[in-house]
Design a protein. Structure first.
Ligand code: KIV
Length: 279
C-alpha cells in the first residue's frame, strides 16, 4: 500500500538510515505534478530544466525567479505528499547571501515549495549556511551543474580525473557540513558516486551517477518520452508519449475534418420554445 504521509526532509534522512531508495522526478505544472504525486514519488523538483523542456531554450541560464515562483506555485497546487524542492535559478544566489535568502524565501512563501536547491560545492558553503540559518532546507547539486555550462564547456561527465574526483568528494563533505539535507550528483562515474554516498550522512540523489546513490531523479519529460531535443545516456524512457500524443492529435484532426467529432453526446440542448423565437 502507498504511504500517504507527507515526505519531509526528515524522511530523506530516515530513508538513508533504512536503505530505502528515494524517488524523485521533476514537474513544472499542476496536472503533471498531480500525476507524479499520485504515483507515490517521494519528492518533486521544480527544476530550472524547465528552461529547456518548457521554454525551449538551449540551457537553463535564461530562467528567472519569476519563472520559478510561477511554476513552483502551479506544482504545489497538485501535490499532497511529495516534498517539493524548487531550483534557485542562475544569478538568484551567486551574487551574495542576502539575495540567496530573499530568493529562497520567495520560493517558499510565494511558490509554496518545501525546500530549495542550488548548484555548487565548496564555493557555495557560506550561501548554503545563510539560507539554512534562515530556516530554509537546502538540497545541494554537484558534478555536472548546468548553470556552469559555459565554464564546463558543455554537458560533460565530471570527476573523471583524480583531482576532479577528489574535489567532488570534498565538495560533498563541505555541503554536508554547511547543512544541506541531501545532494544531487549529476553525471559522475558510478564508483565515485558510491564513494561520496558512503562518505556523507545526507542522502545522495543521482542523475547519471549510477546505481549506488541513495535515490534517483530524472526529468519527467525524458521519462515519459515527451522531450526529444537531447536525450542523455543516463535516461530511461518508461513511455513514448510523444508518439501516443501525436497519434491522438492526428485522430482528432481527422475526425474534425470528416465530421466524426463532435457527436450528439458532446452537444448542449436548447428549449424548443426559445428556439422558435429565434427563427
Ligand atoms: O533542473 C533540473 O531538472 C535538475 C535535475 C536534472 C537534477 O537540476
Amino acid at each position: 500500500m502507498m504511504n500517504k504521509d507527507k515526505f519531509t526532509t526528515q524522511s530523506f534522512f530516515d530513508a538513508k538510515q533504512t536503505g530505502k531508495k528515494i524517488t524523485m522526478l521533476t514537474a513544472y505544472d499542476y496536472s503533471m505534478a498531480q500525476i507524479v504525486d499520485d504515483s507515490g514519488i517521494d519528492s518533486i523538483l521544480v527544476g530550472d530544466s524547465l528552461g529547456m523542456v518548457m521554454q525551449g531554450n538551449k540551457s537553463t541560464l535564461k530562467v528567472t525567479m519569476e519563472d520559478m515562483v510561477y511554476h513552483s506555485r502551479c506544482v504545489s497546487r497538485g501535490v499532497h505528499r511529495a516534498l517539493i524542492v524548487a531550483d534557485l535559478p542562475f544569478l538568484s544566489y551567486q551574487v551574495n547571501s542576502e539575495d540567496a535568502i530573499r530568493n529562497a524565501g520567495r520560493l517558499i512563501q510565494e511558490g509554496s515549495a518545501d525546500a530549495v536547491k542550488l548548484e555548487g560545492g565548496q564555493r557555495m558553503v557560506q550561501t548554503v549556511q545563510a539560507v539554512v540559518n534562515a530556516q530554509i532546507p537546502v538540497m545541494g547539486h554537484i558534478g555536472l551543474t548546468p548553470q556552469s555550462i559555459n565554464i564546463m564547456g558543455g554537458f560533460k561527465v565530471q570527476g573523471k580525473e583524480t583531482a576532479a574526483a577528489q574535489k567532488l568528494i570534498d565538495d560533498a563533505m563541505a555541503l554536508e557540513q554547511a547543512g544541506v539535507f541531501s545532494i544531487v550528483l549529476e553525471a559522475v562515474p558510478e564508483k565515485l558516486a558510491q564513494i561520496i554516498t558512503e562518505r556523507v550522512k545526507v542522502p545522495t540523489i543521482g542523475i547519471g551517477a549510477g546505481r549506488y546513490c541513495d535515490g534517483q531523479i530524472l526529468v519527467v519529460n525524458d521519462v515519459l518520452g515527451m522531450y526529444s531535443d537531447f536525450t542523455p545516456k543516463f535516461v530511461k524512457k518508461y513511455a513514448d508519449l510523444k508518439t501516443s500524443i501525436t497519434k491522438a492529435l492526428n485522430n482528432y484532426a481527422t475526425e474534425v475534418q470528416n465530421g466524426q467529432f463532435p457527436e450528439k453526446k458532446h452537444t448542449f440542448k436548447i428549449d424548443e420554445t426559445v428556439l422558435e423565437k429565434l427563427y
